[in-house]
Design a protein around this ligand. Sequence first.
Ligand code: 0A1
Ligand code: ZN
Length: 871
Amino acid sequence: MRASQPQSIYLKDYRKPPFLIDHVDLRFELFEEQTRVHSRLQVRRNPEADGAERDLVLHGEDLELETLTLDGRPVEDAVVDSESLRISNVPDQFNLDVVTCIRPQENTRLEGLYKSSGMFCTQCEAEGFRRITYFLDRPDVMACYRTRIEADSEQYPVLLANGNPVDHGEMEGGRHQVTWEDPFPKPSYLFAMVAGDLVEKRDEFTTGSGRVVDLRMYVEPRNSDKCEHALASLKKAMQWDEEVYGREYDLDIFMIVAVDDFNMGAMENKGLNIFNSSCVLASPETATDAAYERIESIVAHEYFHNWSGNRVTCRDWFQLSLKEGFTVFRDNQFSADMGSPTVQRIDHVNMLRTAQFAEDDGPMAHPVRPESYIEIGNFYTLTVYEKGAEVVRMIHTLLGPDMFREGSDLYFARFDGRAVTTDDFVATMEEASGRDLGQFRRWYEQAGTPVLHVSDHFDAEKGVYTLSIEQSCPATPRQPHKAPFHIPLRMGLLDSTGEPLPLDDIGNTEQVLELTESRHSYRFKDLKERPVPSLLRNFSAPVKLDYAWSRDQLMFLVSHDPDGFNRWDAGQKLAIDVIQSMLEGNDTEVDERLIEAYRNLLTDTSLDRAMVARMLALPGTAYLIELTRDADVQAIHETRQRVQTTVANALREELLAVHMRNQSSEPYAFSAERVAARSLANSALSLLTLIGDEAGKDLAVEQFRDAPNMTNRFGALSALVNSPFEKERDRALEQFYVDWQDDPQVVEQWFAVQSGSPWMGGLKRVRELLEHPAFDWKNPNKIRTVIGVFAARNLVHFHEPDGSGYRFLGEQIQRLDASNPQIAAGLAQPLTRWRRYAPRLRESMKSVLEELLAEPQLSKDLFEVVSKSLQ
Ligand code: 0A1
Ligand code: ZN
């Protein structure tokens, strides 16, 4: 047990900052052993503060204070503890000079200033700036920064910070300095600096108003051929934000830096975005289509933050979804416009339903706007990001695109340069549209996934069809009772030929029903026959929908629903029903209708190939677990596998034909059409190798050998790894490593394909990977691709009935907690879901959590996750 219990921080305790800092002047002296940070703060008492504080209390952690002067006079009586610096009785306005010493070389937490592959870089969100110098490290304190960086000229020729470069020069001792000034006031979490021996790739973008913006990407020399895609994505994002949201970029330079050691995906620091290498570097030879897609959306996400996050920022960390929910919604809209909107929606909902619904149903469930936290780093969650985006999407649905745009224009105009709340966002949308979103605000306040129970009745005599809908929401921690949500439910009705039926007098065939009560019933008149309902089109709300479709109705929707998302979802529901009734022993064989549905998909060449690839994928094991109480993972995995192999065996010829039809000899292009063809060909290949098909094996070996790009090569590797062909698999894995050992991003994929595969000998192989020379305990990507992927994707082995998978994870978490608590707490996620599993599994998961909680040195991060999941 920890000696002291860390304190919770509550939204209800929010107070305006007692002091404001208008200007920050920083000077970094970078040396190999330590870095000296000189900071001059222009401080004044906040006229709007709630009470009159006499003392100034600054945040600071792991800092060595060297000197402290107030208006030029040394401060003798400052009180320093492990988290703060207190100066008593300060005047109303003053300059404070602070010199601190820090050790970036020893910083394994990767928060604040640290070193990665020989370069210095920073990560200040959420509370990293206090690890650089003493400061009011809270987002509602916004200042203008001037940053001077001094370092050895040879080792660190490139010196970057936010804003525009205003000065540079040589110094004594082979050193140099560059000074940057950011004219936009910003919170400390958006501060960034970088020093390294980096190559620069340049491009430019001319804004709508005719300003030329310098685009620069900085990478290690070995990555200089991997910048094109990120720069192209950036330009598309800049253009899109002007067209769709009327947002122009505001500085003269926009910089992107790639670093190998990074806790998250990327960071939107003002004018100087810093990226995890795996989320920005790509070439056709080294990155798969999936990586190209990820990069396009993350580059856009970080860029969009320049308005939704930077120009308008969060008042406090409870408001995190203000920037993240809105920005994810924006990047989803962007990705939809760049490719196929339906496919993009399917991928996104699949992730939301598998992972966010699980979070909302577990012990860490929290509202989109949480009410309390111990460590804010634990709240960069799928709920804040993805459910937050769904909430913004529902506002978009309720208001319609034009009104939504008016609302967003008003929001950006009114709150530019300010730190605001999710409530300010909603109120602005209300003001612009005249709609009342009072009840809608519950989406920000109540945790848990609402459930819609739908039943229907057809009165054949009167020709009246009635839909009855009841909503409820399960209890979540500290919220036993829920009030009804305001839910937009997009729907339509189809007749028996598949024609959409008019739903009102004007002949609309689609409607958005607005559910606000616990129960509603809707009547549709003048119908000749019982219609088939198509509900929750395009997943219009993040809810679970319960309606007893028959298998025939689902088959019918797969081919007739005009809503592409619902066509896919009907296929998923059909497959779930087949798998579940086999699991429950109600069916012994795979329903022929499912096989026929797949046959149609494979033979109808008029269908969108990206859609076909999605529809061919059975619901994932993780999602099936989420749908099951007392989940028996082995049984679920085996049943799913049986359905998959039955389908693949029945459709062998069709799969071979699909693989053949979707080959191309053209050079790599990241176009929707080519991506779709590669994805379909790879899906077919993996089904063939899965069933041990000899022709499939030969195709995979050949594709692996001759692949002109990483999508094909990795597709073949993954097909062999998930197959009974051990000899070919081992050969391919070995060759792949020999070819790509010098490329960390490719080696990460090599790790992931092995640790995530149920065919690779489970824990034994994962332990071998930990011993592999390419594994690095200090690199979050390696940790995630070996340990994280094992626990999240290799479900049969992670949930080994003897508990070995859980104990393994517990050991690694414990080991990592000392060096990188944020990563350790993230890895603990799968264990927090222990209540969902069969009794034996549940007990062993729980005991691993209990052992972790007994650790005396537990970090705040891990303490919060572990203690809350045992409550
Ligand atoms: N704001 C970034 C995500 C991010 C959050 C925290 C980090 O370190 C603790 C790093 C990045 C985004 O949404 O992209
Ligand atoms: Zn973000």
